[in-house]
Design a protein around this ligand. Structure first.
Ligand code: CAO
Length: 416
């Protein structure tokens, strides 16, 4: 089956997570992604947090599937020449170096544009161009702090907290992928490439827009009724950390189930959806609340929402999280068990849909990775193992017209 991005050639100058997540996605959808890595070392994640000595770490293998690997020292004259040839015949160059690194390498946007006017140069940086922090190098948690996620995550009596979800890294990569596809579409009509830039701060903020909503509501009315601080606690002039409260109009919380004393994940997330109040009362055996004016409306429930959650926890006491959800789903109540990574890894539905994929790697054998979360009716996304360092160097150089003698000399000089 042909893939929609077949024929799109991408120079993948990315490392760690933000950039690789983007190019991996494009590779899944058919692009020829050539990962350019420094000879001898490669992407730092190949050797970070290794679980098998001498073998590419899962950090690398889970972010670089379906790519080819070319080792190239782009700071040597020969390396620059090879990169120049590659640029001339590629469609996209993606990079997430520290600020200014591509320019210092000699490949400014102006120069790349001269070499290939159709080229799309896509970059991830910590902060956007012109931002007063534009010179900063940035990692995931730095971005979560800069983008408003950390100040609004956690509990009221605790410090700012970062999320385990890669809001700064993979999320930024997904934004960049959208930018690249948009620029490719524009090129179809104009014939011209362009520069696509995404900052990690901006991408985190894009996912925190409801918190900016809340800042404005707080400025106007002085309280936020869906936060646990309302109505019994205090608000300052900044959006507080809301614990496990639902971010929209439906109150929700993480509730204990049978076994919570020993199992750290014996919980469900329970949402009190306004129009589901009667079914909730029926499900938990509190029919008398259905028509009680002290409970019937969302506003009436607000000042006792934690007492209501307490009553639901009483009901949950003798039910596992799975048993509870099996009951609640019959009443159409939005809820889920809190799943551990161990449970997710073994989940048959996630395996069947390809969201968790078992992949073969030349040196480590099989490993689990996260497959495409996007499903297509006309394309099956196939996840292949990640490349070994420099696995495709000779193949790529041959494609650029280098003879085997020239390739051997480049190896000898450690250019590739
Ligand atoms: N050949 C020769 N040199 C190469 C090369 C190659 N194939 N690949 C990279 N280099 C060089 C770069 O040119 C750069 O050289 P100079 O600094 O001398 O110009 C050097 O390697 C280091 O690049 P870097 O600044 O990207 O690397 P770092 O480890 O110091 O910083 C990071 C890492 C992630 C903090 C930084 O790249 C960054 O801020 N990136 C943008 C934001 C980002 O994507 N962060 C998310 C990372 S995922 O958590």
């Amino acid at each position: 089956m042909s893939k929609p991005l077949e024929g799109i050639k991408i120079i993948d100058f990315t490392h760690v997570q933000a950039g690789p997540a983007c190019t991996q996605l494009l590779a899944w959808f058919g692009a020829d992604v050539i990962k350019v890595e420094r000879p001898g070392a490669g992407d730092v994640t190949r050797s970070q947090l290794r679980d098998i000595p001498g073998v590419d770490a899962l950090y690398f293998t889970m972010l670089n599937s379906n790519k080819r690997s070319l080792t190239l020292d782009t700071k040597t004259p020969e390396g620059k020449e090879i990169l120049t040839k590659l640029i001339k015949e590629s469609d996209v160059l993606v990079e997430n170096f520290g600020p200014g690194a591509l320019d210092r390498m000699g490949f400014t946007w102006e120069h790349i544009k001269e070499l290939n006017p159709g080229m799309i140069v896509a970059s991830v940086k910590g902060f956007s161009d012109g931002h007063h922090y534009e010179d900063l190098k940035v990692y995931e948690n730095v971005a979560q702090c800069a983008g408003g996620a950390a100040s609004t995550t956690g509990f009221d009596d605790g410090p700012p907290t970062v999320s385990a979800a890669a809001l700064g890294d993979s999320n930024t990569g997904m934004h960049l992928a959208i930018g690249i596809l948009t620029a490719l579409r524009a090129r179809d009509t104009t014939g011209k490439g362009q520069k696509v830039a995404v900052s990690m701060q901006d991408s985190v903020l894009n996912l925190c827009r409801v918190k900016l909503r809340d800042q404005q509501r707080l400025d106007r009315v002085g309280y936020l009724e869906e936060y646990p601080q309302y109505p019994h606690g205090k608000f300052s002039d900044v959006v507080p950390r809301g614990g496990n409260a639902g971010g929209g109009g439906q109150p929700g919380w993480v509730l204990k189930c049978k076994g919570w004393e020993t199992d750290p994940n014996a919980y469900i997330y329970f949402t009190i959806q306004g129009h589901a109040w009667a079914p909730i009362c029926r499900a938990i055996g509190k029919e008398e609340w259905i028509d009680d004016p002290a409970y019937t409306t969302a506003i009436a429930r607000q000042d006792k929402i934690f007492d209501i959650f307490g009553t639901i926890e009483e009901w949950l006491k003798d039910k596992t999280k799975f048993e509870a959800v099996d009951i609640l789903r019959k009443f159409d109540i939005p809820c889920s068990p809190v799943l551990s990574m161990k449970e997710i890894a073994a989940d048959p539905s996630l395996r069947a849909s390809g969201t968790i994929a078992e992949v073969e790697h030349k040196e480590r054998g099989t490993y689990l990775t996260v497959g495409s979360p996007i499903k297509f009716s006309d394309m099956k996304v196939e996840i292949k193992g990640s490349p070994l360092l420099g696995e495709h160097t000779d193949e790529v150089l041959e494609g650029l017209g280098y003879s085997s003698k020239e390739i051997a000399a480049l190896h000898e000089k450690r250019v590739v």
